[in-house]
Design a protein around this ligand. Structure first.
Ligand code: ADP
Length: 452
């Protein structure tokens, strides 16, 4: 296939199919019109010869109608070039149906080839107008065929009689032409469809490649800029913290209040940048997990300090419990495991107004352990179980407001859990609370030293 320039993403438009189909039909109509002279010329030559050898008004009429049919075919092609292919197709199909029908009635015995000719026209109608058009033409064909039978059987129109040898010759020519024309239609439809399919596949592959490249560049850009942002931000947080600790001298109450706000907002920004950095690393396939033995109790303490304080400040009951049969030391990426648990526990506190948040760490079976976070918060509707893991997705609150956060926490958490070979399950009821259960493969430090 030759290299074609993909000027636009085919998915930007509603569907390229309609335009593709329209242009296919126009090109069919032009091809059919172009074949009318080579197809009709031999038949017209026979009719003219018949008229010359024994003149009759019937043969004269047949000759005139055949010339008119060639004219109608050209008129159809003219319409096709002016984007009026449907009108052109109906002119082409109906004129052909009528003229062939009249021709068959005018010459005695010629109605024998009418079914074959009409069948070819119905196939052409399908190619030009689709299935609904072919049904219209099939109905018209059936009606005209019955009419032709009645007219010729009852001798309602005086038909001309020609010698049986000549009749046989005409029937043979029309029949053989019908066979070859059907083969030509088949070739036309297959070739055209294959071409359209080739082009569509090519566009799809190109668009997909460009999307992949754009996504890779986006992740690379995010990873780099996030890194550049983190360095000055760490300095802001560090120096603000030192100032608040009075390292640089005493502070007035107003100064302290202002600096606390600076610190709070800088930390929020830092967590957002960290999430973006993590996500871009994950998308760029650069997120590496480092497996080493870690103490499960340290995980419990970390979450108790980081989230417990916020929960208690809100007046929530908060508990973290470790199942008695839980091994003391596991192998895994301690920092990333803690990050998952903190993200989920942080949400539990954030979305619970009163009641409690409980965290349970324990075994599921011989090969899995889990971290379960239960809250008595606002709950999540079942249709949103999947959506909350989308990047930057936040569910609006009943009042229509949005809570603080980036909408990245769960997305990052799920990516990490999947990378660790685990899964996150949700069970929730609106107004009653939610349970997030993180299930991870169990690698006990004393037993195994499997690498992630
Ligand atoms: P963020 O918390 O920064 O908004 P997340 O990705 O952590 O982003 O969560 C996405 C959304 O999922 C939240 O905005 C919230 O609407 C919903 N959500 C997450 N955890 C809970 C929960 N425990 N209870 C109710 N809603 C939750």
């Amino acid at each position: 296939m030759t290299e074609r320039e993909v000027t636009e993403n085919p998915f930007d438009n509603s569907s390229p199919f309609d335009a593709l189909e329209r242009s296919r039909r126009e090109s069919f109509l032009r091809s059919f019109s172009a074949t009318s002279v080579p197809m009709m010329s031999p038949v017209l030559a026979v009719y003219i010869w018949m008229f010359v050898s024994s003149p009759s008004w019937q043969i004269a009429l047949v000759c005139v109608l055949t010339v008119l049919m060639i004219g109608a075919n050209y008129m159809a092609s003219w319409f096709a070039r002016r984007q009026k292919a449907v009108l052109g197709s109906y002119i082409f199909l109906f004129s052909t149906l009528f003229i062939i029908g009249i021709d068959a009635v005018m010459i005695e015995g010629l109605t024998a080839v009418l079914p074959l000719s009409y069948a070819v026209i119905v196939i052409m109608a399908g190619m030009l107008l689709g299935s609904s058009g072919s049904i219209v033409i099939a109905t018209a064909s059936a009606f005209l065929w019955v009419l032709a039978q009645i007219v010729s059987e009852r001798c309602l129109l005086p038909s001309v009689t020609i010698s049986s040898t000549l009749l046989m010759a005409i029937i043979a020519v029309i029949t053989i032409m019908g066979f070859f024309f059907t083969a030509y239609l088949n070739h036309l439809a297959t070739k055209d469809l294959q071409g359209a399919l080739d082009n569509a596949t090519y566009d799809l592959v190109q668009a997909n490649r460009k999307l992949g490249e754009a996504n890779r560049l986006k992740s690379q850009f995010l990873a780099r800029t996030s890194h550049e942002l983190r360095t000055p931000l760490n300095a802001i947080i560090g120096y603000t913290d030192l100032t608040l600790r009075r390292v640089y001298g005493s502070l007035t109450a107003m100064q302290e209040d202002g600096l606390k706000r600076v610190l709070g907002n800088a930390k929020r920004l830092q967590s957002l940048i960290n999430d973006i950095l993590d996500l871009s690393k994950i998308e760029a396939g650069e997120m590496e997990l480092i497996a080493s033995p870690f103490n499960v109790k340290a995980l419990v303490d970390a979450v108790d300090v980081a989230v417990g304080e916020a929960a208690r400040k809100k007046g929530l009951e908060f508990s973290v419990s470790l199942a008695p049969d839980m091994p003391e030391k596991l192998i895994g990426d301690e920092i990333r495991t803690a990050q998952v648990l903190l993200n989920i526990a942080d949400n539990a506190v954030k979305f619970t107004v009163d009641g409690q948040v409980d965290i349970l760490i324990g075994l599921v079976d011989d090969e899995h352990w889990h971290m379960e976070v239960r809250d008595t918060g606002r709950g999540i509707a079942e249709e949103n179980y999947e959506r909350i893991f989308d990047e930057f997705r936040q569910l609006s609150t009943p009042g229509g407001t949005r809570t603080a956060g980036s909408g990245l926490g769960l997305s990052v958490a799920r990516h990490l859990v999947h990378k660790m070979g685990g899964e996150i399950r949700i069970d929730s009821e609106i107004g009653r609370g939610s349970t997030f259960d993180v299930i991870l493969p169990l690698w006990v430090a004393e037993k195994a030293h499997t690498q992630l």
